[in-house]
Design a protein around this ligand. Structure first.
Ligand SMILES: N[C@@H](CCC(=O)N[C@@H](CS)C(=O)NCC(=O)O)C(=O)O
Length: 232
């Protein structure tokens, strides 16, 4: 490997929400990496599915250790351990660490997963739709939004005083959730948190890099025009 090449390669796509979670972390910490674009289904990508047959992106490859790291939370933990950047995304205090991991799980499981359900259901043919699953996903999002509205009325970031792994998880989950099951009009404290998240330079960069692909997002007509504008 030429010495000026970064050791880290992120197999990802600029539109994919879970890839955003890691991109935000990489940009927040200023960690050098190279992108390998995944086009089409990640399962069909030989390198990615060779490393991780589950076939989900992103996947981080570290040439310095010859190691492939799947799963966004583990990727961000790995970066913290082996490539600590200018800021910590997982705090040093054990009690805060647990809360960061809890809210990271919260955003992945109770915002990101139901949001994905609504997106994938829209892509299904009419005879393969899952209305009961969609209703459950909307109910989960309603519960999550109510919890977040209460929490974010008293917080700047998801946990503690600083931007953390939990906020990396929140940004893409809420970005796409706002399009598929809007919260901004009904949940003012959550809407203000979302504005803080999308105002971070790391988030703005990630969103701008996705703009050429937004027309592929099945709910693209529901995206707030400020995010699709070239001036964003
Ligand atoms: N739990 C995984 C979820 C990753 C995930 O769902 N990735 C989506 C893209 S946003 C994907 O690869 N979807 C393609 C597929 O499921 O075939 C993580 O945190 O990395």
């Amino acid at each position: 490997m030429p010495t000026n090449e970064p050791a880290l390669t992120l197999y990802s796509h600029p539109l994919a929400s879970y890839c955003w979670k890691v991109l935000v972390a990489l940009y927040e910490t200023g960690t050098p990496f190279r992108s390998a674009l995944i086009e089409g289904m990640p399962k069909a990508h030989p390198t990615l599915s060779g490393f991780w047959p589950i076939g989900k992106m992103p996947l981080l490859h570290d040439a310095a250790r010859d190691k492939a790291v799947p799963e966004t939370t583990i990727i961000i933990e790995y970066l913290q351990q082996y490539y600590p950047g200018s800021v910590r995304l997982i705090p040093e205090q054990p009690a805060l660490q647990l809360d960061v991991r809890l809210w990271d799980r919260f955003f992945d499981l109770y915002v990101h997963t139901p949001m994905q359900k609504l997106v994938t259901d829209r892509m299904r043919p009419d005879d393969r739709k899952d209305p009961a699953g969609v209703d459950e996903a909307r109910a989960t999002l309603d519960t999550a939004y109510a919890m977040l509205e209460k929490r974010m009325a008293a917080q700047t970031w998801a946990v503690g005083d600083d931007f953390t792994l939990a906020d990396c998880s929140a940004m893409p989950a809420l970005f796409y959730a706002e399009a598929v099951h809007p919260f901004s009009e009904t949940h003012p404290a959550l809407a203000r948190y979302f504005d803080r998240l999308t105002g971070r330079p790391s988030a703005r960069r990630t969103i701008r890099e996705a703009q050429p692909f937004f027309h592929w997002f099945p709910f693209h007509e529901a995206l707030n025009p400020r995010f699709t504008s070239p001036d964003f």
